[in-house]
Each structure stands twice: as structure tokens, then as C-alpha cells.
Design a protein around this ligand. Structure first.
Ligand code: ZN
Length: 414
């Protein structure tokens, strides 16, 4: 490759970021806080000497653009925001790898296409519960009415807080103009799971992000006295929910997907009463839409049977849904070749977590590269990755981007 991309510089930038915005409890770059601006100040500082333009769009995304011969643009990015007490690499790896990409290209001849690095605003949604905020704004999938009603734990409303950071909900639509010349999107991220480590690998290609089906189930029976109601005469809603929880785990395993009952609550919720009503949440994910639909159908069946077995009823409330987002075949080829060059294998995995790339993949050819995560841990201060794997991920990311630049310049993605 013709440019001087130095993965070690990416790690150095990440360490500086951790020093400035981390602490004994972990990273604290919560979006829409002064600490988040401190992280962004480092980003601005790190591109200050480059021939780039820096700007913010209507959704608060920070763009750093290196102009090329053509306005057609390869966008790379991720997010500097973190969950409270988060890790030092989640999101930050992709942004700092992008800084190094711009630096490397700025050293060489003017690139044939334009390169843009974006630090997406509020990927985590840790404060107001709406993740992928900035990237969703750019592709137009945010629901303004929902946003207007969101508030944080202290009761501060999202529209007011964002106004303090120059973001007005009525003007969000303007961010979509940023997509006009975008030809492709690439992102490098930590896996946040244990699979690569268990395979003894440092990096891989990401085939896409899993589709998600998120529901709330309400099992209803009859509350009764824990001492006087005989076992065979009970209509215990928790027992019904428990039967379902065990069965839905088997559904996930059978389809090689994942199913999670992450929250359960009983009423009256006292030690001396049979649970008259039990509410549980269900999160199901799969990379294949057919499997995901089958899992959903089987779960509905299982819930009805579990309810009937305990003399209860069950109703479903929809929470959230996103289809699987398979990445682009030509970009996947570019990533696979790059991973092979850097680590000598062809491992490709789906992402179980959503990323800004999930939103971008709705509109433009997209691909991702993963690095391993030690112990599979993320969203905690223990989050870490061997430095050699971070360097390999940055290297494979750079090589992938170089290949995408050629694809775009040759009109292969038009
Ligand atoms: Zn992330």
C-alpha cells in the first residue's frame, strides 16, 4: 500500500483519550455532556494540522472531510460517546482509526475520491434511551414525536438538553443532506463478545448486523394467598412466564440465534402472594430474516402453550424491531482480502450488537472489521483488547478502505 498508515498512532490516540476522559470507574464520555465535548476536542486537535474541513451537522455529528478529485465520498466513522463507566475502546477505536486514515491520505497525492470521518452523536443512547441517534438522523429513521417525549433519569427533556449542544429537533432533517455524495461506509469496532478470542483470532470481517425483535409479554393469571390456595388450583402467571423463558432459550439455540428474557416483574410482587400478573421482556436476534421470523412465530406459540398450561393468558406488546443488515458483497470481499493479508485467515462473523453501520447499511454499501475483546467484555471498565489486535484491526481497516477507494473511483459501486 502506498500510504504511511501507522496503527501504533491509533493506539497512542486511544491512550490519550482514556487519560483525558477516563478514570478508575471507566470511561465517562456520555453524549451531551461536557466530558463528551472534551473527547471531541481531542479529535479536533488530532486533525488540526491536516488539510481537512471540520463541521457539525444538524444532528450534532462531527465531520472531518479530506477533499479528493471527486465529491463521491467514502465515509468512515464510529462514536466517541460511551456508556457511563464504559470501556476505553467501544466506538473510540473506529474514530481514532479514521483520524489515522485521513492523516495517511493527507501525506500522499490528492485522493481520487473524498474521504470523510464522522464521529456519530449519541450512538449509545445511554441517557435518553435512543441509540444510533446521529446515524439514524442522517438516514432519516428517527421518529420526532418519540424524541420529543424522551427524558433522562433526572427528568431533563431531550429537546432542551440537545438545544444546549446546538441541535434542534425541527432542523434534524437537514442532516440528511450529508448522505448526498456518500458512496460507501466502513467502520472498525471491538467485537464486544467472546467469539474471536475463543477462536484464537485477533480480527475478522463482519458479515452484517443481526436483526432484532424486541417485545414485552404480559402473562395474566389470578393473584391469591400463598398459604391457602392449593397448588393444583393456582393460576400462577410467574410459573407461565418461567415455562416460556426456558422454552424460548431452546428456540434461540435451535436456530443458532440468541434469545434473552432480560427483565421480569410480578404483581402483587410480595412473598405471600401468587403472582397474578407477570411482565417479561424478550429480545431475539438473528443474522437471517427467515430464521428471525421463524423464531418469532415459535416464541408466540410457546407463550400461548405456557400460558394455557398454567391457566393464564398472554398478550404481546411490541417494543422495537430492526431487520438484519447484511453488508455489501464487494466491500465484504475487500475486507476479507485485507483480513487475510493481515492475520492470514478468512474468519467472518455477524455482529450481535447494533452499530452506526446498521443505519448506514440501509442506504449505502457498508462493511465492518472487528478486533477481539478480552473475555468478551464491553460497556464496563474491564473492556480491553490486546494491543497487537488493535493494531491488526486498524491495519485491516486501512487496507479495506484503500480497496474501497479504488472500487468507488472505478465506478464499481455506482
Ligand atoms: Zn460502539
Amino acid at each position: 500500500m502506498s500510504h504511511a498508515y501507522e496503527p501504533a498512532r491509533v493506539v497512542a490516540l486511544l491512550r490519550t483519550l482514556a487519560e483525558r476522559t477516563g478514570g478508575p470507574e471507566g470511561s465517562r464520555r456520555l453524549a451531551w455532556t461536557p466530558e463528551w465535548l472534551k473527547a471531541r476536542a481531542l479529535l479536533r486537535e488530532s486533525v488540526a494540522g491536516l488539510p481537512v474541513t471540520v463541521s457539525e451537522d444538524e444532528a450534532g455529528n462531527l465531520w472531518v472531510v479530506l477533499a479528493g478529485d471527486s465529491p463521491r465520498t467514502l465515509v468512515v466513522g464510529s462514536h466517541l460517546d460511551s456508556v457511563p463507566k464504559g470501556g476505553w475502546l467501544d466506538g473510540a477505536l473506529g474514530v481514532m482509526a479514521g483520524v489515522e486514515l485521513l492523516r495517511a491520505y493527507a501525506q500522499g497525492p490528492r485522493p481520487p475520491i473524498t474521504l470523510a470521518l464522522v464521529d456519530w452523536a449519541d450512538e449509545e443512547g445511554a441517557r435518553f434511551g435512543r441509540s444510533l441517534f446521529g446515524s439514524a438522523a442522517c438516514v432519516g429513521t428517527l421518529d420526532l414525536d418519540t424524541l420529543r417525549g424522551l427524558a433522562d433519569k433526572e427528568g431533563q427533556k431531550l429537546p432542551e438538553v440537545l438545544k444546549g449542544y446546538g441541535v434542534e429537533l425541527d432542523r434534524l432533517e437537514g442532516a440528511r443532506a450529508r448522505m448526498r455524495d456518500v458512496a460507501a461506509y466502513a467502520e472498525v469496532h471491538i467485537e464486544q463478545g467472546p467469539v474471536l478470542e475463543s477462536m484464537g483470532k485477533g480480527i475478522c470481517t463482519v458479515t452484517g448486523t443481526k436483526g432484532i425483535e424486541r417485545e414485552r409479554l404480559v402473562f395474566r393469571g389470578q393473584a391469591a394467598h400463598a398459604g391457602t390456595m392449593p397448588m393444583p388450583m393456582r393460576r400462577d402467571s410467574f410459573r407461565a412466564a418461567a415455562r416460556f423463558a426456558l422454552e424460548v432459550a431452546e428456540i434461540g439455540a435451535r436456530h443458532e440465534g440468541v434469545t434473552t428474557v432480560g427483565h421480569a416483574q410480578c404483581w402483587p410482587g410480595v412473598v405471600t402472594a401468587v403472582a397474578g400478573e407477570t411482565r417479561i421482556t424478550l429480545d431475539m436476534r438473528h443474522i437471517d430474516a427467515t430464521h428471525l421470523a421463524a423464531m418469532f412465530a415459535e416464541a408466540q406459540d410457546a407463550a400461548a402453550r405456557a400460558a394455557a398450561a398454567e391457566g393464564c393468558t398472554v398478550t404481546w406488546e411490541h417494543i422495537f424491531r430492526i431487520p438484519p443488515m447484511p453488508f455489501h458483497p464487494l466491500l465484504l470481499d475487500a475486507a476479507r482480502q485485507s483480513v487475510r493479508e493481515v492475520e492470514g485467515h478468512d474468519v467472518a462473523l455477524p455482529s450481535g450488537a447494533l452499530h452506526d453501520a446498521s443505519e448506514m447499511a440501509r442506504q449505502v454499501p457498508t462493511v465492518m472489521i472487528f478486533s477481539s475483546s478480552i473475555g468478551g467484555l464491553s460497556h464496563t471498565r474491564e473492556e480491553d483488547t490486546p494491543e497487537a489486535h488493535l493494531c491488526m484491526a486498524a491495519d485491516a481497516f486501512y487496507r479495506t478502505c484503500a480497496r474501497i477507494v479504488t472500487l468507488v473511483a472505478d465506478g464499481a459501486l455506482a
